[in-house]
Design a protein around this ligand. Sequence first.
Ligand code: ADP
Ligand code: MG
Length: 332
Amino acid sequence: MNAAGIAIDVRNVSKRYGTETKGVLALDHVSLSVPKGSVFGLLGPNGAGKTTLIKVLTGISDLTSGNATVAGFDVRRESMKVRARIGWVAAEVILDDDFTARENLWLQAKLQSLKDWEPRAELLLQYFSLADRADDKVSSYSTGMRKKLEIALALLHQPEVIFMDEPTIGLDVSTRRMLWDIVTGVHREFGVTVLLTTHYIEEADALCGRIAIIDHGRVIAEGTPSELKARVKGDVIALETVEPIDVGAVGSIPGVEEVRPQGNEWMIRVASAETVLPLLLASVRTENVRRVSVEKPSLETVFLDLTGRRIGQEEPMRDIRQFYAQMRRARA
Ligand SMILES: Nc1ncnc2c1ncn2[C@@H]1O[C@H](COP(=O)(O)OP(=O)(O)O)[C@@H](O)[C@H]1O
Ligand SMILES: [Mg+2]
């Protein structure tokens, strides 16, 4: 693809917080190309570096090394040009509660020194079905209406690229679905490129044309959802047992490709769960089985396959810290 077709180009970007010796390497040689007009997802667990990448691309944080362009402009050298062409929906709410929707739009226009913004504001209020309530204070809005208004604010200056950092975090299921429709609609109606971050597998799968899976600051896989899913062949049987299983015996069942322990479970990669399951259950004493589940290829199994962890899984370190904290409290 030539440069003209690329909305966001990230080349070997690293970002370190703190010093060389004591810092955190939040981004570790990240490279990405986001095609113009696409919805691109950064999928990864908490702490993966998703927000850091957005901060670097929006010019809020400086990168440590590498290069990045957004809408054709260098994020370091041409940050004002970048800012004029991007919108940003943060995970946390940025609306002024004492203002009405219309006043929030006015404030946004002032902050960005926009001219002739009123017709666009009216169009956005209509588009997001907020026109009837446009003169009510935002404090009276539902969570869904607030989200819509935040997106309207981000679109006011007609950006080419819009960044959405965990747009549905903390939303209930129906509001989340509504937001999915909005993201898709905004992308179609306004022709903007969307870069969104999420740690929800279904969200990335439902919304994104392309996805980069990010873990510990590194892009570990990139592609369309179906390309990514095709990387993991077969199914995964997760087996929780009372006592350890005989790995050799299970491994020799026809159709079993890999057996590996994960916490108190066994991850058994098989060509087809339907054929292997009866043989597996015959091989492991049934009274030894606590729980068994079958996972069909999904972005979760892709992540599991690449990292040995689940995206939603807490980092083991955190558990250990909590454990020590409890010990200290118990002793005090
Ligand atoms: N301002 C900061 N100072 C130091 N470390 C930070 C800062 N912001 C984020 N980090 C660390 O950088 C890593 C990536 O964080 P972040 O980009 O927020 O991840 P994500 O958005 O994927 O949850 C984490 O280890 C986090 O603790
Ligand atoms: Mg984040």
